[in-house]
Design a protein around this ligand. Sequence first.
Ligand SMILES: [Zn+2]
Length: 397
Amino acid sequence: MLKVFLHIFIFTWLSVSCFGSEAHNFGSLKPCPIIAQSSGASATTNGGELKTFALTAEDLKSAVAKSVLSIQNRPFKPQAERLVDFGVSKENLLERNMIGGPFRNYKDYQDRCLSRVPTEVRTYVIAGLSNVRIVLPETYAKKLDRRQGGEKHAIAHSAGESAVAGASAAAGEFMVLPLDNLQNRVSPQDMPQLIEQMPDPRYFKRIFISDQANPEDDWVTQIYYPKGFVSATAMTEGVLNLYKTNLNNHLRRDVMHEWGHELRYKFWDDPVRERFHDACQVETQWNPRAYAARGDSEQWAVLGERLIGTNTDDFMEACEKAPIRTSLWMVALRKCLAEVPANCRSIDHTSYVERLQYASKEARGKAISQLRYLSTEGKTQSLREQANRVLVYLEAN
Ligand SMILES: [Zn+2]
């Protein structure tokens, strides 16, 4: 069975259009203010005018539900101590030359523009995640090492120590790649905490951190976009690739998106994948984001951003507006979580279980009801059959 494993997650200056104007308020969730005001409490405005308000039982229920369902967008916490081992070896890395397009087809692009170049790479093993490897070109690893040194000197400088020491430490390679360009780059020590937020942290077998653009970008640009897209992350089978990726508030979402692709691959032979395809045909009124319209695979990955993302409102909206797709996605998540050994569980495992329960309660019944209707009243025979297949699957799972 042909699987298309390469998924590019487009995300640079043009990502404004990719993500649209749907501002994701990552990290903006605040603790629900259910303690501050009790039912029937009063508050005073600036003008001294008393204004009364009351929290209804429904408000409280909603606030409690949101609080339980919240997932923290954790600040990045480098864990260099987790990188217990590394070695240097040679690998043939894919590189893009300077030949410009247009290209007749992907093979033409591949033949004329891509080649494998023997390159020294550094490999890290993560303590506690023994099946995950972090790999990066040795030259880049050394620059990141130097950055660490530069940061230490910068701290010493701000504390009133020698500015000259900092300047000399930042010389050399930073003359070629200025420190500013590396300042926010993802480094291996940022990965352990990030990976452990995934519902099954073992899905990424290898994380490749590159200081180059994705060699496939120009081809993706030609087939999908008018110009200049650059991908920050991409997923091939079990391999997460990070291209000049920076630490930012979107990184968890981007990596979770790629993890979502991997979840779909894990259940490639489970009927849930084909039923999700059916669901995308019968539940068409709402998309989690415009990018999802590219096909089943992106529908799945983008919906996943919401279902296990840090914005509780986004999660609840997906349950409400896409109950059928949500219910199917949650079947896969439930099976995934059931397979994770207790000692490998995500640091957000409990939250994911809570979200499963919420979706089971709030989305599943709605999905079943809509599917029952569509299986008899759908506009075409094909839609009725698709609705019925999803209905049968959901009722059995
Ligand atoms: Zn994707």
